[in-house]
Design a protein around this ligand. Structure first.
Ligand code: PBG
Length: 323
């Protein structure tokens, strides 16, 4: 008989044998930025997550930093009135997210600022790319717009640009645009991004619900098993510095496979809005112990192979870590 229970006999031994570690520096905290001053509004479907105007964003980034969180992901949330069919509010000069990047980097140069590059938050139809006359999302005409958006972010001082629209060739288009401007900002590619119902609360947060249809013609079908790896491979070939699998918990198999196949490229995993809201709601109903559940989830994502985890639980994890 092989005896395993000695590994678990008490807390001290369990700690000694635990070989999965998740430092706070491995976490990336997402922020939603809005216009205005003094704005901090809670997102209905994501208790504990807020939309901030730039002044309060900067303040909050300072608080996150004091907890050890030094990487953030920024989403711009603009008024419906400025949205148009081509998402021009996303790449005009002096756009919201550019001002946010500048403010955060000016106040905290040590914070790694990643910006989301996608049209869905800026188009009046809520899709991640331009539409053709048949209302299908058009890949190739979307590329220069994404490239322009990434250029604005990079020029403002973003440390990474993160294209999330799932257009083919977006990494290469962005890399070329940046190079033409003499910028070498690295790209964090949302590579294996599945068309997932778990993004529901995010669309409430970012006010980016598609006006019609869904995102299945560009985001991945979760009934495929190998395509995610091909997407990652293609993004690395196009010049992605870091790659991503998204969502997290239902996709641990993809994470494991990506980790073992692409050993040289940092792997980022996004624990998405729906994963957060599920735990929150269950905890608020008293069905789950929140702290233990999010801790276990994050450790599992790390164990599967994530180098970095984007999570709305970053601050709560960091507080737990401090204790
Ligand atoms: C698109 C984008 C989405 C998310 C990140 N970037 C929404 C979507 O693709 O539908 C989802 C993140 C989350 O659910 O937390 N810009």
């Amino acid at each position: 008989m092989k005896r395993f229970r000695p590994y678990r006999v008490n807390q001290e031994t369990r700690d000694r044998y635990a070989d999965v570690h998740l430092p706070v520096q491995a976490l990336i905290y997402p922020y939603f930025v809005v216009e205005g001053m003094g704005v901090k509004e809670e997102i209905g479907s994501m208790p504990g997550v807020f939309r901030y105007s730039i002044d309060l964003l900067t303040e909050d980034v300072g608080e996150a930093l004091s907890l050890g969180i030094d990487k953030i992901l920024l989403f711009g949330v603009v008024d419906n009135a400025v949205k148009d069919s081509s998402g021009s509010a996303g790449y005009a000069p002096d756009l919201l997210i550019v001002r946010a990047v500048r403010a955060v980097k000016a106040a905290f140069p040590q914070v790694t600022v990643i910006t989301d590059v996608c049209l869905c938050e800026y188009t009046d139809h809520g899709h991640c790319g331009l539409l053709d006359p048949h209302h299908d999302v058009e890949n190739d005409t979307t590329l220069p717009l994404l490239a322009e958006m990434a250029f604005r972010h990079a020029e403002a001082g973003a440390d990474f640009v993160a294209p999330s629209s799932m257009m083919d060739g977006q990494i290469e288009a962005i890399k070329k645009r940046l190079a033409a401007a003499g910028l070498s900002t690295p790209v964090l590619a949302y590579s294996a991004k599945y068309a997932s119902a778990f993004y529901g609360p995010f669309r409430d947060a970012a006010q980016s619900v598609p006006g019609f249809g869904d995102r299945k013609s560009y985001q991945m079908d979760f009934r495929t098993s190998g395509q995610g790896l091909e997407e990652i491979e293609a993004d690395i070939a196009e010049g992605a510095a870091w790659v991503m699998v998204k969502p997290a918990m239902a996709y641990l198999d993809i994470i494991v496979r990506a980790r073992s196949r692409f050993t040289e490229t940092p792997l980022v995993v996004y624990q998405v809005s729906g994963e957060y809201s599920m735990l929150k709601a269950a905890a608020q109903a008293g069905y789950l112990d929140e702290e233990r559940t999010f801790y276990e989830s994050l450790i599992a994502i790390r164990r599967a192979g994530a180098d970095y985890i984007i999570t709305y639980y970053a601050k709560e994890y960091a507080k737990l870590w401090k204790e």
